[in-house]
Design a protein around this ligand. Structure first.
Ligand code: GRG
Length: 294
């Protein structure tokens, strides 16, 4: 694991320096720049970028391309966290050990900075830094739009909020978690198949692996919320219980949920190892999810 953590740190550094360059290069006058940077450079692990890089290694994609795609995904992830913390959503004052964006600035700034990070992701994919045929870029943009919007992230968030304090079945919880968190991870893996112009079957296989990685990531996030150390997590824990969130932990209890997560990891290991020795980094990413404390 120390090996993967050091790889993760290098990927985080590369992703951050690419994104910093974007902000420097554009140098357009914008009152929103400061709050956008606050949202995107606040100490995230850049795990989604690491999943892009690890999957890219399987198919031998150039590192620079992977970091650019990872950077675009991290912009969308940061936007979703800024909006998730808003009073009308999860109403959280802390994120990554710091004030959440609407507390640091105000609500309308957090909304607009979040929206701007969402659109920046698409601007990054259209940019000349990303050396890919236009047709491939259009495919990437279409897939990213699908997993972020009404059939992915946004719909998952809608269910997460409407499920609060209701009795929700295990299957419906899993479907909500897949949309809320899984679909963006789905794109992390699917983007590699798109770049390689793979057929629909191969593309879907990678996408499904990504969605499962995201599901595991979110289940572990909920386990951490239940048992984690607030100092390490960077925000108060036991939030899901207080808010009556529909999580597997709240439905099945800690131990049964942990068993479910371990089974899911086994399934993922079996699917990933079929890609051979070059899939070792992706295997390590999945291993990291179960061992992480924040
Ligand atoms: C307003 C159209 C519209 C959509 C909003 C808010 C939203 C959509 C979606 C929120 C989805 C969400 C917050 C998912 C949580 C995923 C999750 C496990 C976050 C924590 O991820 P980490 O641990 O965070 O990777 P770091 O801090 O490391 O980046």
């Amino acid at each position: 694991m120390p090996n993967f953590v050091s790889k993760l740190n290098t990927i985080a550094k590369n992703t951050d320096s690419y994104l910093k360059n974007i902000f420097l290069k554009h140098n357009r006058r914008s009152y929103l720049m400061e709050s956008m940077k606050y949202g995107v450079f606040s100490g995230g692990k850049r795990f989604r970028s690491a999943v892009v890089v690890s999957t890219g290694k399987i198919l031998g994609i150039n590192h620079k391309k992977l970091i650019i795609i990872g950077g675009a995904i991290e912009c969308i992830h940061s936007y979703s966290l800024m909006h998730d913390d808003l009073p009308s959503m999860d109403n959280d004052d802390l994120r990554r050990g710091k004030l959440s964006a609407h507390k640091k600035f105000n609500e309308f700034t957090a909304i607009l900075a979040g929206n701007s990070l969402l659109t920046l992701a698409f601007e990054i994919l259209t940019g000349s830094d990303l050396k890919l045929p236009q047709k491939t870029k259009v495919e990437l943009i279409k897939a990213l739009a699908r997993c972020s919007g009404y059939s992915g992230l946004a719909d998952g968030q809608y269910s997460d909020l409407t499920f609060e304090n209701k009795k929700i079945s295990k299957n419906n919880i899993i479907s909500m978690l897949k949309k809320k968190t899984g679909h963006l991870f789905g794109f992390c893996c699917e983007s590699i198949a798109i770049i390689k112009e793979q057929n629909a079957r191969k593309r879907n296989k990678l996408k499904e692996i990504g969605i499962k990685i995201g599901l595991l990531f979110q289940i572990v996030d909920d386990l951490i919320d239940f048992k984690g150390d607030p100092k390490i997590v960077g925000k108060p824990t036991r939030n899901d219980e207080r808010k009556g969130k529909a999580t597997l932990v709240n439905l099945l209890g800690y131990d049964e949920t942990l068993n479910y997560a371990r089974e899911l990891k086994k399934e993922l290991d079996n699917q990933i190892k079929k890609y051979g020795i070059r899939s070792n980094d992706l295997m390590e990413s999945v291993e990291f999810i179960l061992n992480r404390e924040f």
